[in-house]
Design a protein around this ligand. Structure first.
Ligand code: PLP
Length: 360
């Protein structure tokens, strides 16, 4: 068996110990005589699995008790509609900060349900930064302020939590949730698709403050009304049971590694291996302003694009896959989520140096 260094943006690499444990437990979970995939979501075993996953997630993120943790489906793109449906609360407009492709998608979807005010945008500088908080033109009557904490495609990440006053702050954290500690109390709502830093695709996590739920638009499908989901402990309809189980194993793995402060330190050191090298060469360059660079998704370009295909082919031959940048921006992108070991990034940088020496 050979495992590659998988730099995919998502679905992404999972920790190997998690996959091994899932394999061991595949046919007979803890003497139940069945796979987790075959269990009733209302049975004692699965209810225990889901409760443990929620408790561990709450512990990792120190989620305050006045917040609900919901296990949903539909992905982050689904939440782009579900959040406005639930959080307008009689208001008519939403503030957005536009930092790239995922912000733009959120804005487009929200326009179906509300007026949208783009309070700040980095479009005019090619999405190379988070606009400084002082430049945001917020509306005190907005239902909420939406940000994307990490632009997975552009590699732009917030390294601060913006203060937006009394208006609830909503964050799409799909690609940096659990990569570092977060003060959940500063947010009204956090959502994330699981397939980047949590577990398998199909599970969507929503963390929402109690007082914001219960006023969904009447057209909201019951399965996506946060109140219905919360009142039924995420079992109003059948949840993605196997994805919740794997996410639970990832939470246990994170706890064993010392929690989010420890993983954040590891992530900083890991990303620095790549960014430090990018700072020393003109053969490659990073398109993002230094203080907004993502620790999870590192886009970089070869000075000479005509070498892109050879670069990718050589990487693959050395067991490094999925380094091609998103089609909308081109170049390369190394996604280095929690599960990527530092050796993966060291191997990549060694290869980049070798490639530069040969072609520079
Ligand atoms: C991947 C991603 C999405 C899309 O999520 P789906 O699960 O495909 O709906 C949305 N936002 C961000 C920030 C992402 O990284």
């Amino acid at each position: 068996m050979t495992r590659v260094f998988n730099f995919s943006a998502g679905p992404a690499a999972l920790p190997e110990p998690v996959l091994r444990r899932a394999a061991e437990e595949m046919l007979d979970w803890h003497g139940s005589g069945m796979s987790v995939m075959e269990m009733s979501h209302r049975g004692r075993e699965f209810i225990g699995i889901a409760a443990k996953a929620e408790a561990d997630l709450r512990e990792l993120l120190a989620v305050p008790s006045n917040y609900k943790v919901l296990f949903m489906q539909g992905g982050a793109i689904g939440e782009n509609a579900v959040v406005p449906m639930n959080l307008l609360r009689g208001k008519s407009s939403i503030d957005f900060v536009d930092t790239g492709e995922w912000s733009k998608k959120s804005i487009k979807e929200a326009k179906k349900y509300a007026a949208v005010n783009v309070a700040a945008s980095a479009a005019d500088t090619g999405y190379d930064r988070v606009p400084a908080r002082a430049q945001w033109k917020l509306d005190a009557n907005a239902a909420y302020v939406h940000i994307c904490s990490n632009e997975t495609i552009g590699g732009v990440e917030y390294h601060f939590t913006p203060d937006v006053g009394e208006v609830p702050l909503v964050a799409d954290m799909s690609s940096d949730i659990l990569s570092r500690p977060v003060d959940v109390s500063k947010y009204g709502l956090i959502y994330a698709g699981a397939q980047k830093n949590i577990g398998p695709a199909g599970l969507t996590i929503v963390i929402v403050r109690d007082d914001l739920i219960g006023q969904a638009l009447p057209i909201t499908p019951s399965a996506f009304d946060f109140k219905t989901v919360a009142d039924n402990e995420s079992m109003y309809n059948t949840p993605p049971t196997y994805a919740i189980y794997i996410a639970g194993l990832v939470f246990e793995w994170l706890k064993e590694r010392g929690g989010l402060a420890a993983i954040a330190e590891h992530n900083r050191r890991k990303a620095a291996v790549l960014y430090d090298y990018l700072g020393t060469t003109a053969f490659y360059n990073s398109p993002v302003q230094a203080d907004c660079r993502s620790l999870m998704n590192v886009p970089f370009k070869l000075r000479d694009e005509s070498l892109d295909a050879a670069f990718l082919k050589g990487a693959e031959a050395k067991g490094m896959v999925q380094l091609k940048g998103h089609r909308s921006v081109g170049g390369m992108r190394a996604s280095i989520y929690n599960a990527m070991p530092i050796e993966g990034v060291q191997t990549l940088v060694a290869y980049m140096k070798e490639f530069e020496a040969k072609n520079g």
